[in-house]
Design a protein around this ligand. Structure first.
Ligand SMILES: O=C(O)c1cc(C(=O)O)c2c(n1)C(=O)C(=O)c1cc(C(=O)O)[nH]c1-2
Ligand SMILES: [Ca+2]
Length: 655
């Protein structure tokens, strides 16, 4: 049993509940909470880390996988460790240069670096003890954004890259020495070569080799969730979407494509596959199952069941038997238009229009998910799970011209190295965006309360024995809710939009709430819901805290670009080129407000006039922008310019 006082593991405990048993802060007195200290993470990109607090020190990772050690009594820096990720590597990260946190075990702090290394740092001194390259194939754009976990003296890490085309796997290393203990691949490799294990031979039967799925890697990356049941001696992971997204392109003859979009149970000693439950068979919509898993024992139909709970991107809340992976129940927690429900065997009942070869589909939830990685919590007191639900509209249509890794004219997303085999937004979406906090009863599979927020992309949650739920929001607040009914009890402004989950811990008999804040992640690259743009900061609160808030920085909106000549005949073609090559980082010119990356509608006229100088081996390549040399022609850049300029003209208020 861990001391209740600290926050030693990513999800608070092995079960990943994010339920703190501390109860000095209650629904009655939370209104008296104030700031105790704040700490500058010196960053401008998404902060997604759950801090770890061990022996009075907070270990938290910032963008670019930089680790900060902070004295929780004073908020002062103990040390920082920068793994010196080459900034040019950012082009390989689909969703910002984020890091979801460190693991701490036996005097060492573990971080996965964006460029794929696992590093052990001395917790006292902040110096490196060992480092391992976790990447099996350096010719592919693998990244790491997830937090490592330590299970039975092994430190375990997965990776990312399924939008680009990689083969997902996880690896365990001896926590002390860094020596590799085991590795489990999520999807099969080239079937003409020997399979790594039996589970891969079994999985290969669910892929059609005519799709040469191994060329694009197959996907199934493990980039977020990992929990552990010591009694059953099983660890559980959630696996990501397939590479490429379009099922017909990677597996033309059909097949479920194991083990993508699944919950998988592994033996933590050997890495051997034990069971799986696939939440989205034959995924076609980027429905990753990497969202936080939570283990609990729930009384269902009069019987206590050992379950794993999950609210993945696909919009259904799952309750699965964690002893053997058998299906208990699934119910949609947001509106869903790809499936009408799940049958008693746990298979989705798909709606036919969801996989049309010819028609664009405005999937609900869209590829950003009905729930993304933002952490879920579960209170055994209320029996409720708390998580941010959302919809972010995006229309997809199968890309018939797709071929792996070939930047050919008209091939969607090839210029940025993505292999989706999908065209994005071939027509404008009609579904409605929303973001809300949901309190969900997993036994009865129903929503108990909700709180609507002003925007999607809100922060993860913490729930405490004081019956308070804490959540940060996209519009830059930290809010306390009554866990039973969702009543808002307290809130504080934050320096910018919040993504990560708060934590709670006790030092010298006092309960603290901390949250690491920095807007970004995939949605935050292009959009924002707050006018604040303060650098990444850790805020720490307690009852009676009286420290002043640090000064907040305002987001500086520039002027809509104007005064550059363009040919309006180019706009139509420029629109498609812009969406395929620019939109994922820079958003819709002038319409999206600009997230953490510049919105090109607000560029200086000189930048747009000379756009080719930025696009072809430009000044931002060393900072992570892709180089479009050989992927776009000079004429195509002229067309992209016309789209940016005409959009700015279209939304400019009349004089
Ligand atoms: O398939 C992958 O390997 C992968 C990786 C990541 C990541 O590492 O951040 C994300 C996603 N997919 C993804 O689909 C997604 O929606 C997403 C959001 C975020 C984020 O940090 O905001 N990361 C990722
Ligand atoms: Ca993905």
């Amino acid at each position: 049993a861990q001391p209740v006082a600290e926050w030693l593991v990513h999800g608070y405990d092995n079960a990943g509940t994010r339920f703190s048993p501390l109860k000095e802060i209650t629904t009655d007195n939370v209104k008296d909470m104030g700031l105790v200290w704040s700490y500058n993470l010196e960053s401008t990109r998404g902060v997604e880390a759950t801090p770890i607090v061990a022996n009075g020190v907070m270990y938290v990772s910032a963008p670019w996988s930089v680790v900060h050690a902070i004295d929780v009594r004073t908020g002062e820096r103990v040390w920082t460790y920068d793994p010196a990720v080459p900034r040019s590597y950012a082009k390989n990260a689909c969703c910002d240069v984020v890091n979801r946190g460190v693991a701490v075990h036996d005097g060492l702090v573990y971080v996965g670096s964006l460029d794929g290394r696992l590093i052990a740092i001395d917790a006292k001194t902040g110096t490196k003890t060992w480092e391992q390259d976790t990447i099996t194939d350096r010719s592919r754009p693998y990244t790491i954004t997830g937090a490592p976990r330590v299970i039975k003296n092994k430190v375990i890490i997965g990776n990312s890259g399924a939008e680009y085309g990689v083969r997902g796997y996880i690896t365990a290393y001896d926590a002390k020495t860094g020596k590799q203990a085991w590795r489990w691949f999520v999807v099969p490799g080239d079937p003409s070569k020997p399979f790594e294990d039996e589970s891969m031979a079994k999985a290969a039967k669910t892929w059609d080799p005519a799709g040469k799925y191994w060329e694009a890697g197959g996907g199934g990356t493990v980039w977020n969730s990992m929990v552990f049941d010591p009694e059953l001696n099983l660890m559980y992971i959630g696996t990501g979407n397939a590479s490429p997204w379009a099922h017909r392109r990677r597996s033309p003859g059909g097949g479920d494509n194991l083990y993508v979009a699944s919950i998988v149970a592994l033996d933590p000693d050997t890495g051997k596959y034990v069971w799986h439950y696939q939440e989205t068979p034959a995924d076609n919509w980027d429905y990753t199952s990497t969202q936080d898993l939570i283990l609990a024992d729930l009384k269902i139909d009069g019987k206590v069941r050992k379950v794993v709970m999950h609210a993945p991107k696909n919009g259904f809340f799952f309750v699965i038997d964690r002893t053997d992976g058998s299906f208990i129940s699934a119910k949609n927690f947001v509106p869903v238009n790809w499936a009408s429900g799940y049958d008693k065997n746990g298979r989705p009942i798909e709606l036919p229009e969801a996989r049309s070869p010819d028609q664009p589909f405005d999937a609900i939830p869209g590829p950003f998910g009905g729930h993304n990685w933002h952490s879920m919590s579960f209170s055994p007191q209320t029996g409720l799970a708390y998580f941010p639900a959302q919809n972010i509209p995006l229309v997809l249509a199968e890309d018939k011209k797709w071929a792996y890794n070939k930047a050919q004219p008209g091939q969607a997303m090839a210029g940025i190295g993505w292999n989706l085999a999908m065209e994005v937004n071939p027509r404008p979406p009609t579904s409605t965006p929303f973001g809300r906090l949901i309190a969900w009863d997993p036994v009865n599979q129903k929503e108990v309360w909700r709180k609507e927020h002003v925007s999607p992309w809100n922060g993860g949650t913490l729930v405490t024995a004081g019956k308070v739920v804490f959540q940060g929001t996209a519009d830059a607040r930290l809010i306390a809710f009554d866990a039973s009914n969702g009543r808002e009890l307290w809130s504080s402004p934050m320096g910018t939009g919040v993504l990560a989950a708060p934590i709670s811990y006790e030092v010298d008999g006092r309960q603290y709430i901390s949250v690491a804040v920095g807007w970004g992640g995939v949605y935050g690259q292009t959009q924002r819901a707050s006018e604040r743009n303060t650098p990444g900061t850790v805020y720490t609160f307690a009852l009676g805290g009286k420290a002043p808030m640090p000064a907040f920085t305002e987001f500086q909106r520039k002027r809509l670009v104007s005064g550059v000549k363009y040919n309006s005949d180019h706009v139509a073609e420029g629109t498609g080129l812009y969406v395929m090559n620019c939109a994922f980082c820079h958003g819709v010119p002038g319409v999206d407000k600009g997230g953490i990356l510049p919105n090109l509608g607000y560029s200086a006229p000189e930048v747009i006039a000379n756009l080719d100088r930025f696009v072809f081996n430009g000044p931002y390549v060393p900072r992570g922008m892709p180089d479009f040399t050989g992927k776009l022609s000079m004429e195509e850049v002229q067309k992209i310019k016309a789209f940016i300029l005409s959009t700015a003209d279209a939304i400019r208020p009349p004089k």
